[in-house]
Design a protein around this ligand. Structure first.
Ligand code: RP5
Length: 181
């Protein structure tokens, strides 16, 4: 019996460990050329201690992977998807059409249209299929938004967000002090 109980405890521990590292945010992007922009999102989530995964998923080049990624995300424990793409940036909108999870879109500056093409492709979603769109190349804000969304059900995360805001305020005020002296 003791052995059996120990085995159950070990199994529970394994499940807990697995749950602790199971990604809660999925960061996806249309191409590895988006990575220099999108890595800021991973850095922010790292800073807040939010488990996340990073994948290349292209709406145009790997449509079937996009479909299965979006369809399986919630079941795998993902709670927010950050999707970055440039040019004809269909990835965030298509993923939003396939999942009930909140999708944050990052327009990436990838062509000689300077990112306006990506921005309009992502922001102009039809009624009923929302994508929360951040500024061009601003993967940082996409991750901060994901942290805030998760923070609604996670007091620890929310207080880390409060701390982040206070730190930002402090930095700006200190800069102002320096100008006055
Ligand atoms: C989009 O096309 C990608 O998101 C990327 O921003 C852009 C260019 O992709 P590559 O040709 O560099 O792979 O689908």
């Amino acid at each position: 019996n003791i052995e059996r109980n120990l085995a159950i405890i070990a199994e529970e521990k394994k499940l807990e460990d697995k749950a602790a590292v199971a990604p809660r945010v999925g960061i996806i992007m249309g191409s590895d050329s988006d990575l220099p922009v999108m890595k800021s999102a991973a850095e922010i989530l790292e800073m807040f201690g939010v488990p996340h995964e990073v994948r290349i998923v292209s709406a145009h080049r790997t449509p079937e992977l996009m479909f299965s990624y979006a369809k399986s995300a919630h079941g795998r424990g993902i709670r927010v998807i950050i999707a970055g793409a440039g040019g004809a940036a269909h990835l965030p909108g298509m993923v939003a059409a396939l999942t009930p999870l909140p999708v944050v879109g990052v327009p990436v500056r990838a062509t000689n249209l300077g990112g306006t093409d990506s921005l309009l492709s992502i922001v102009q979603m039809p009624r009923g299929v929302p994508v929360a769109t951040v500024a061009v190349d601003n993967a940082t804000n996409a991750a901060l938004l994901a942290v805030r969304i998760l923070g609604v059900g996670d007091d620890n995360l929310l207080s880390r967000m409060r701390q982040y805001q206070e730190d930002q305020e402090e930095i700006v005020l200190r800069k102002g002090d320096k100008l006055e002296n």
